[in-house]
Design a protein. Structure first.
Length: 100
């Protein structure tokens, strides 16, 4: 779970860094994106120690998600991330934002 989440966040950071068309997301959109990302990251966690660790990792990622979104985010990718209902969909948002 950690490796998958780390790869997905790395994908978002890379795509934020290279940028894409669509303009800059608002502060509220970045908050919605981060909230949904963390919700999807924690969605598969069952109860117990593994679930607790997943939630702690997710909570620890929130400041970085918000910072990256506010500094380098693009509206199209953030809008996609807000609408995503799974981690796979979040990964697709990051993949679609990368230049080919």
């Amino acid at each position: 779970m950690r490796t998958t989440s780390a790869l997905i966040i790395a994908g978002f950071v890379v795509s934020f860094t290279v940028g894409a068309c669509g303009g800059k997301p608002s502060e509220e959109e970045c908050i919605q994106f981060a909230d949904n990302y963390l919700k999807q990251m924690s969605a598969g966690a069952q109860e117990g120690p593994a679930a607790d660790i997943t939630r702690q990792v997710a909570d620890g990622m929130r400041p970085d998600l918000l910072k990256d979104c506010n500094e380098r985010g693009n509206k199209a990718e953030v809008d996609c991330g807000i609408k995503a209902t799974t981690m796979k969909e979040l990964q697709q948002c990051a993949n679609n934002a990368r230049p080919r």
